[in-house]
Ligand binder design. Sequence first.
Ligand code: GLA
Length: 405
Amino acid sequence: MTRIENLYCYGKSMNISSHDKQRIIAETFTARFGDRKHKIMVRSPGRINLIGEHTDYNEGFVLPAAIDRAIWFAVAPRGDEEFHFVAADLHDEFACSQNAIRKSSKAWPNYLLGVLEQIKKSGHELRGCEVVFGGDVPIGAGLSSSAAIEAGFAFALNTIFALGFEGLQLVRLAQKAENEFVGVQCGIMDQFVNIFGQEKKVLRLDCRTLEYEYFPFEHDEVCFVLCDTGVSRRLSSSEYNVRRGQCETGVAVLRRHQATIQSLRDVNLALLDQYKNELEPIVYQRCAYVVRENARVLSACETLLRGDLQTFGALMFESHAGLRDQYEVSCRELDVLVELARDIPGVLGARMMGAGFGGCTLNLVEKNRLAHFEEVVHAEYQRSTGRKARTHVVQPSAGTACALQ
Ligand code: GLA
């Protein structure tokens, strides 16, 4: 077995320590490119979002955390203008030169190429590098592996070439790589928490002002469990853009009455109801969800300050109901998992997470009931859907940073 195949197996294993993951990426780099004096290692985490879904692109509030699942990068400069990428978990490679950066027919290189393009657009001279990356953020599960690749790579290049970008500039650069090169009109949440996440903390971000505040999440008696539906998020990018459009339509109608309205952040339910007749029912419904979800994020933060996890969990269930019935971005498998969770003792809250149409639910579970929770979810999900659920226990962890070698 080659080192890369070895890594692939490790990447799939849930028991490997993060230290080992880092070592395997470093060894894969050496096997492929040799010893490089100026090589760095970067750890770039996936994320969860506790509450505040589809609010970021409406200038609202979100409450995400970086997690202890990450993509690791080994990156070293080359003496020329060539880029060599190895996607260790996919057993695949890609190379191009700096004047040939264009969209690839393969999906994965585009997350890296998009970053190169943005750096070029920012006026920096691009210099070549060698990259090996891989890790244990499940792909397509709604944990933002794409933002982890984009922001992690931007951070690595910023470090090896001393480009001088600050944290927020890296966030924006990574987001633009996704918007302009990959072609998904995502908001800013995923890239922001990737760079600014902190261990044992969740981060409330005001997506209008980009002011943020950390809330400690150190509750020894509970844990976050992700339940992966195994449903690929096929519809998520097309429907995502449709939802964005519906919110913008709502804002355009309301702005005819109040010129100061810039986004749904400026709207409350009373105002929305006042002009309900002028809004298509579906547009009203989408807007009402966003207005309520913003309020839920603020209430959720208050419950965290009080240490009231019961109410926090109830808000998660409410968020799911809104995403299912009003925003309509859930799917049967996500709903099955949330309903299952509701009936299992020791579950404080559960909801779908991320863009929707598949991926994971996020569950807040009492630790001493975890084994029972996982047992019931695995058995009952398969009975109801014929699919196998995967579960992952995750914790709030640090944002992207260089790792000691
Ligand atoms: C995706 C996007 C985020 C956000 C969520 C939904 O993860 O990348 O910007 O909009 O969906 O909350």
